[in-house]
Design a protein around this ligand. Sequence first.
Ligand code: ADP
Ligand code: MG
Length: 717
Amino acid sequence: MTVLSDKLTSLLGRKTATALGEALDIHTVGDLLRHYPRRYAERGELTDIAGLEIGEHATVLARIEKVNKRRMRNKPGWILEMTITDGHRRLECAFFGNAHQRERELRLGKTGLFAGKVTAFRNKLQLANPEYQMLDSSDDSTMDDFLGAIIPVYPAAQGVPSWSIARCVRQVLDTLEREPDPMPQELLRRNGFIDLFDALHNIHRPKDHAARETAERRLKWDEAMAIQLIFAQRRFSTVSRPAPACPPKQGGILESFDRRLPFDLTSGQRVVGEHIATDLSGEHPMNRLLQGEVGSGKTVVALRAMLQVVDAGRQAAMLAPTEVLAAQHARSLREMLGELGQAGELGAAEDATRVTLLTGSLSAKERKQALLDAASGAAGIVVGTHALIQDTVSFADLGFVVVDEQHRFGVEQRDALRTRGADGTSPHVLVMTATPIPRTVAMTVYGDLETSALRVMPVGRSPISTTVVPVAEKPAWLDRVWQRVREEAEKGHQAYVVCPRIGDEPPSDKSDKRPPLAVLDVAAELEAGPLEGLGVGVLHGRLAADEKDAVMRAFAAGKLDVLVATTVIEVGVNVPNATAMVIMDADRFGVSQLHQLRGRVGRGDVPGLCLLVTEAIDGTSTRERLAAVESTTDGFELSRLDLELRREGDILGAAQSGKRSSLKLLSLLRDEDTIAEARSRAQEIVADDPSLAAHPGLARLVSSVVDDDRVEYLEKS
Ligand code: ADP
Ligand code: MG
């Protein structure tokens, strides 16, 4: 009999086991049985071809629509060309070699499973030399691997197609032993879950959809529990640490700041501000996530919190993902503070503090001074990149860390902060994000954080309309894009053109992909051609600071019509007269980044226009993401669509610094109830048994579902 921890080698033979191990990192019976079908094909129904990713290994159930055998042009031998379809979209296939035998197997009108790497050729999607398994072949032996009409389709790889995996799974299931269930019986009964043994059988070889669904419910529960147990343990260990308490002070710098604020706080800013003020006063560390779109007023909230900490005689640090953004933050904090931020300078207010920028691009002398300010406590607020907390910067008394853009700031980085306070205390942490996060993601990926949101913009915005410009299918639309930019300029408005790259980098040596469009090239081409006669400026992160300032000032003053830039304009640029934004190679940016970028237009009274130029091919997941950006300007709705389109595993994967994902079945989109239920059960269990010593089954579950390194890491911290 077989148990989950058995190696596959003895069961499947060395050749097969090695192939599974190398291609899919599957080594044990447990690994194989937790390699669930990606989806199920129904005998007689075709797979929707939309949403394929270029470069991915895909398996589709499709019908042969065209077959054509011809002689190769330059070599002896035959080539077999074939088109397969799901009834709407098509995939081109080409076979080299064995053309005569294949011609006998691949008959017009027949259906089968086809598997291979997705590529693009002349703007069409291709599977080159796919592996296949015809379903209506007369040879029926392979079909015994599928029970009934439901055919599992597995995440597969070259040389290990879905149907071979199905065969291995079957072999393993036939000898699988019923082991004690890791989930406490009480929990299973309470929620009506079936046991693990039955669930594993039914997820792989369901006799009908009802059986598959019951299995899925149980296995999803395992995933939700494993993750929530980890977060419950993390929350437990965080809140049991000491933090520097920073109660508000009467007559301090925060009160002076509030008196000088040129506007009233929005109700959202007030409510969130009060939560934060209470958290900061506490003796255990705050761990809070603040969501709010660009311009929703997060910086003001963060600054007020930092001032409360300064009032308590401690320091605050603000971390940005890049040096450019850090410099911008420092500038805008100083501006908002005015004379309250000029401690040590002439004309400073009485209880003033100092905002110190500490980045790698400072001169040696400046850097020395900044390090000194941080270490002596002269700087109440230190602004820098994540390097601030990674290396040797020492603080006199760090009480609070604000992290801007959590996307690039994972659990590990937050952990690096844990002992950075005076006497080994844990500073309070506020993570800010401009991308709204659906509740389930917050519970799953940032499950150790409390969350707050600013949902109302302080000042009105004009609507922005977004259009995808698919130059692969419609090359003429590009001319129309530049014409639109000219029209805006003629009306006295301005435009941004954003490119993914600067263009002064050395060429990368080996890549079959065209390098992304570059600011310097695009600006030169536009000036010489489509935008001839307009004032075109260039802005990117490697310009000298004074050049950057000069360009920005010229654009803000309306002396330039068009600004060709990298994403440096993502934050901090505010020119209400700019009405149009053209994003070149838009597919090279993420959904939330595109959303943030277009937030630069529509800031005045005139509606904004955003054009997403792309060569991505229709039917790819890339194009679906762009279509999502086109379809809505509501950040929360967009975050939901983005979630739907991304491989959900990626989300957790990213939060776990790229390690193997632990979400296989659990959907952050659809399983909100399961996740919430698991969160409360996990909270109860960990409150009684923080180390899970009395729940060995659950402890094992955590390690079987979540990557081993990760668990070890959690135990260490
Ligand atoms: P975020 O950091 O969320 O992108 P900011 O805090 O930078 O947003 O605020 C965007 C702009 O709105 C800034 O110019 C800021 O001064 C202004 N602002 C913030 N809060 C308010 C408010 N309550 N009323 C009016 N303007 C505000
Ligand atoms: Mg901001």
